[in-house]
Design a protein around this ligand. Structure first.
Ligand SMILES: [Zn+2]
Length: 359
């Protein structure tokens, strides 16, 4: 069953979005069971809504304790996934569904990482991939998408225009865009299951946040564990957004509606999403868990990239937003910082950090 994150309508079968109001849907499973078996993300197949058909050994990422800090702070290094970002977890579920239903073409609008992920998994599955990209995607991500043999469609404007172009031009394709496919969230929630097995339930999880999908998913994973009686608590969920485009943090703070910023630019291109598709569910997760939201500036992000690098973890700017936010929250108990993507995704930003920009 699929439930709308806005109007609450329930739909018995798979849809991309709510037919009644157009908002994002979440899968609600009543036959989940906790029976971890095997390695990687599909170790949790008994908690997932589709059969495994397409896997490139995503998930199973390291949890590294930060050294030289008094608090217990851990890094969940999602750059170790096959294409260098957490997106591969969601893509594996999405491609498994698409292949199971006989699609031959995948379409995705992306700020880069999801495009690369869908391109790779499509190539592995012998499917064609159409990737719609806005103007300001780093060349390294474009190169990665092209390397996987995807058909690239550059769109003038932002992610919003890219998503619109995809819906108009990708007739008959399976749509894999973040926030427009509830199975994406299902893959991402396995981050929570891994954390649970690696360390138990942390006090706080800080998540770099663009559409709100990953934060929604990690919370959903812990809530499912609680519903199954595996734990009695869930972690505080904290969103870290780029100050240039922080609709989820602003709506949470102001108790107001989700407003999409008009013009925005940030070094954190992967979370520079003005369309918070999973924003309502992310805000609900922040509230229900006693968490919150923090905006971070480009200078603070660059300083965090440098700090992670000096600890041996190469993060792309968006991925370092979690550390930048932690710097502003201070002690938050046993804390996990999700490091969402590899620094190799955007090495020019690392050069800026190395050259000393930032505080
Ligand atoms: Zn709805």
């Amino acid at each position: 069953m699929f439930r709308c994150t806005d109007c609450g309508a329930e739909h018995p079968s798979f849809r991309y979005t709510c037919p009644r109001c157009g908002s994002a849907l979440l899968f609600v499973g009543d036959e989940l069971s906790w029976r971890p078996d095997g390695a990687g993300m599909w170790r949790y197949r008994s908690m997932l809504p589709v059969d495994r058909r397409v896997t490139m050994c995503e998930g199973g990422t390291p949890l590294i304790r930060r050294r030289d800090v008094e608090d217990e702070v851990y890094l969940k290094v999602e750059g170790n996934n096959p294409t260098g970002s957490f997106k591969d977890r969601g893509t594996s579920v999405i491609l498994s569904d698409a292949v199971g239903r006989g699609f031959s073409t995948m379409a995705v609008a992306s700020t880069g990482n999801m495009g690369a992920s869908v391109a790779a998994y499509s190539a592995y599955s012998n499917l064609e991939a159409l990737v719609f990209l806005p103007a300001d995607v780093p060349d390294e991500k474009v190169a990665q998408i092209l390397a996987y043999g995807a058909r690239l469609v550059r769109v003038e404007g932002s992610f919003r225009e890219a998503a619109r172009a995809m819906r108009e031009e990708a007739d008959g394709a399976y749509l894999a865009t973040t926030g427009l496919n509830p199975y994406f969230i299902e893959g991402l929630k396995t981050v929570a299951f891994e954390l649970f097995e690696q360390m138990g339930v942390p006090d706080t999880v800080i998540v770099p946040t663009g559409t709100g999908g990953l934060l929604t998913a990690v919370h959903k994973g812990f809530e499912e564990l609680r519903a199954l009686g595996m734990t009695t608590s869930v972690p505080r969920m904290v969103a870290a957004q780029a100050a240039a485009a922080a609709p989820i943090v602003e709506a949470w703070r102001d108790r107001g509606p989700l407003r999409t910023p008009e013009e925005a630019s940030s070094i954190a291109s992967a979370i520079l999403v003005k369309e918070p598709y999973n924003g309502l569910s992310a805000i609900a997760a922040m509230d229900r868990s006693g968490g919150g939201g923090i905006e971070v500036t480009d200078d603070e992000i660059i300083a965090a990239v440098r700090e992670l690098g000096r600890e041996g973890v190469f993060a792309e700017p968006s991925a370092a937003a979690s550390l930048a936010a932690y710097r502003k929250t201070g002690k938050a108990g046993r804390t996990v910082l999700i490091v969402t993507g590899s620094g190799l995704k955007d090495p020019m930003a690392a050069l800026e950090a190395a050259r000393g920009r930032g505080p």
